[in-house]
Design a protein around this ligand. Structure first.
Ligand SMILES: Cc1cc2nc3c(=O)[nH]c(=O)nc-3n(C[C@H](O)[C@H](O)[C@H](O)COP(=O)(O)O)c2cc1C
Length: 207
């Protein structure tokens, strides 16, 4: 495991065209507010941008405005990187990135990452995480799953990724969809090395 950035964690967030844009929004808000996160790179596929528009009504003609539109505040530490820019820093293993989440992760992006094709910045950045042995969390959102999806999940798992399907839990009795989404994101952050105090912890129960 490579050394962590001492001045704060540097995290890449990839957004693809699976349903669940709210997960990306919630994760970005939490990262922007977390003092332990120094820098966040945001990269979205074309389909990802479409889903941000369809599900959240967030449309940014200028990608640089996307982080603030998503967080609802002037996002200070989130930098948007165009997916076509395969020369961006995160495309190289020499860049200081600690971990990456693809949230939500489409079956298509899962397939590209499993195949190692690295045809765009998002899948290249994910590939870099795998080769550099950095945490890569893939929040797959698809159902039902076919054999190709299942095989690809096993493939990326074996290559070092954490497959964390966007499957929220119910045992803590979430009061709202927002609360459910946020609790899921707390668990993603824990996987990225940023555990959250507000994460619900099961303390045992009676049948
Ligand atoms: C409204 C909408 C919802 C979608 N939901 C999903 C989904 O939940 N999971 C998935 O794998 N693909 C979903 N898709 C299909 C993907 O967007 C499509 O396969 C796309 O090519 C993925 O591209 P990307 O991996 O580059 O983002 C959805 C598409 C639309 C328009």
């Amino acid at each position: 495991m490579p050394a962590k950035n001492t001045e704060g964690r540097i995290i890449t967030v990839g957004v693809t065209g699976a349903s669940g844009a709210a997960y990306a929004q919630s994760l970005l808000r939490l990262l922007d507010a977390d003092r332990r996160a120094a820098r966040v790179f945001l990269v979205a596929t074309e389909a990802g941008l479409r889903l941000l528009s369809t599900e959240l009504g967030v449309v940014a003609a200028d990608g640089k405005k996307l982080p603030s539109l998503l967080t609802g505040t002037p996002a200070k530490k989130i930098e948007y990187l165009p997916n076509k820019d395969i020369g961006a820093s995160i495309a190289s293993g020499s860049a200081s990135v600690d971990a990456m989440a693809v949230i939500p992760c489409s079956a298509g992006a899962l397939g590209s990452i499993a195949a190692g094709t690295s045809g765009d910045l998002l899948t290249r950045a994910a590939d870099v995480c795998l080769k550099e042995r950095r945490p890569l969390v893939l929040c797959l959102r698809e159902t039902p799953l076919n054999r190709i999806h299942l095989e690809n999940m096993l493939r990326v798992h074996d290559a070092g990724a954490t497959v964390m399907p966007a499957m929220p839990a119910f045992y803590y009795e979430p009061a709202s969809i927002d609360a459910m989404v946020e609790q899921f994101c707390y668990r993603v952050l824990a996987q990225l090395g940023l555990p959250q105090q507000k994460q619900y912890r099961w303390k045992g129960g009676r049948s």
